[in-house]
Design a binder for this molecule. Structure first.
Ligand code: AMP
Ligand code: GLY
Length: 433
């Protein structure tokens, strides 16, 4: 078989990890990325087309003769980039807009889960402030308030009191004249337990799980402060053993994929379930329809198999019979974020400490997210999450030590980094498997 050209759409740490995995595939001739970032530019041919420019990406795919297009972020998926590319005959890894609604609308995801009998938190949907406020009587506090649509991981607030809940509802649902804006929100039961992310490859019918990962959503140590896109991650997850992954695939991913197919929305790509492992068993907090960021930066470095081969199989609808092999190592990723994140982000601060051009550090791998080159060619910050530093190790503790050693050598003005990523109790930090 002749070698193929792959186009990765996006510009984050996730896309850098995807680009590296594609570059490592013996099946691949050229890896292209749009728009990419300063680090991706060392691993792929980057183009200047925004990841939200559907027409532009279709034209680019034609121009570079792409054999496979991998769409990284949720926004273009929800907007129908998959549909536009498939209409032109391209093989695409990533769902069409109809299936991407699983992430694009939390109320739609709840509807699908209800129909498919998937365990999830109790919730109610509102577009009227008065009705939402009244419903608070029927929830025990704390409750979780969620915006229905895409919010880059920042549309969820856990509120401890009724007063706090009313303030959040008002902020989101009313305009300056105290009229309903029609904004759709969910009020949800607050679940307690340990979280984990279970991502699976899907071709519309067959589901193939990836190794579990544990993300850290809050900005500060000890899970304090506002939610972010994710500040760090580790894999595997000791509290999610292989039999639990199988249970989750059987009770969550497979019924959801079947329900979507029944409704005419074949799901091709990654179905990512964010779960809470409660005393009653795993319950779904949310679905994403793409690789996680930073989950991808711990999962892909552990993958032994050829990612391109299985993504292509998904795009062609023949995933059945494929299996994945994993390295016998753990991975830890630490995110370095810019000043002000997640409320804002700073740009243009010079990054130092990366000891060769695109950012390798001894014993660790650096994936670029918000990075760019300034007028002098210096590497500078260009967004909220700037770099992801990943290390592999013979245990989570070993990987953690290496990731932090590498991360501590990197600096830029106002750099934020959690210091407790993958800090697990000693008894859990035994070598994996
Ligand atoms: P989501 O974007 O829905 O995953 O929510 C972001 C984060 O909010 C999750 O990773 C959890 O930490 C938290 N969260 C969301 N829903 C719930 C819930 N029902 N109970 C407790 N925590 C939740
Ligand atoms: N790490 C969470 C996400 O990718 O949505």
């Amino acid at each position: 078989m002749s070698k193929i050209n792959v186009l990765v759409v996006g510009s984050g740490g996730r896309e850098h990890a995807l680009v590296r995995a594609c570059k490592a595939s013996p099946m691949v001739a050229w890896v292209h990325c749009t728009p990419g970032n300063a680090g991706i530019a060392y691993d792929a041919q980057c183009h200047q087309i925004a990841d939200t420019d559907i027409k532009g990406v279709v034209e680019l795919a034609k121009r570079i003769d792409a054999d496979l297009v991998v769409i990284g972020p949720e926004t273009p998926l929800v907007a129908g980039m998959g549909n536009a590319l498939r209409r032109e005959g391209f093989k695409v890894f990533g769902p069409n807009a109809g299936a991407a609604r699983l992430e694009g609308s939390k109320s739609y995801a709840k509807e699908i889960m209800r129909a498919a009998g998937v365990p999830t938190a109790d919730s109610a949907v509102f577009t009227s402030f008065a009705a939402a406020k009244e419903d608070l009587d029927y929830f025990d506090f704390p409750v979780v308030i969620k915006l229905d649509g895409l919010a880059s991981g920042k549309g969820v607030t856990i509120v401890k009191t009724r007063t706090e809940a009313e303030t959040i509802l008002k902020q989101n649902m009313l305009n300056e004249c105290w009229e309903d804006t029609g904004t759709k929100i969910l009020i949800e039961e607050c679940l307690a337990g340990q979280e984990c992310s279970i991502l699976a490859l899907c071709d519309g019918e067959t589901v193939l799980p990836l190794e579990p990962a544990q993300d850290y959503k809050r900005i500060f140590d000890g899970d304090e402060g506002p939610n972010t896109g994710g500040m760090g991650c580790y894999s595997p997850v000791p509290h999610v053993p292989p039999n639990m992954v199988t249970e989750i695939i059987e009770t969550v991913h497979k019924p959801v994929i079947a329900e979507m197919a029944k409704r005419g929305h074949r799901f091709c790509g990654i179905l990512y379930a964010g779960l809470m492992i409660t005393p009653e068993g795993p319950k779904v907090l949310e679905f994403n329809v793409r690789f996680g960021d930073p989950e991808t930066q711990v999962i892909l470095p552990r993958l032994e198999s050829d990612l391109v081969e299985v993504m292509l199989a998904c795009a062609e609808g023949n995933l059945a019979g494929h299996e994945l092999e994993w390295k016998n190592e753990s991975a830890v990723t630490v995110i370095l974020a810019s000043d002000g994140y997640p409320a804002s982000s700073s740009k243009g601060d010079v990054i130092s400490g990366l000891n060769y051009l695109y950012g390798g550090v001894e014993e660790a791998e650096v994936f670029h997210a918000g990075t760019a080159r300034d007028g002098n060619g210096s590497l500078v910050t260009n967004g909220g999450r700037v770099l992801a530093v990943t290390a592999l190790g013979w245990s989570i503790l070993n990987a953690r030590t290496k990731a932090y050693q590498a991360a501590e050598g990197i600096s830029f003005l106002g750099m934020q980094m959690r210091t407790d990523i993958a800090k697990l109790p000693a008894e859990i930090n035994i070598p994996q498997r």
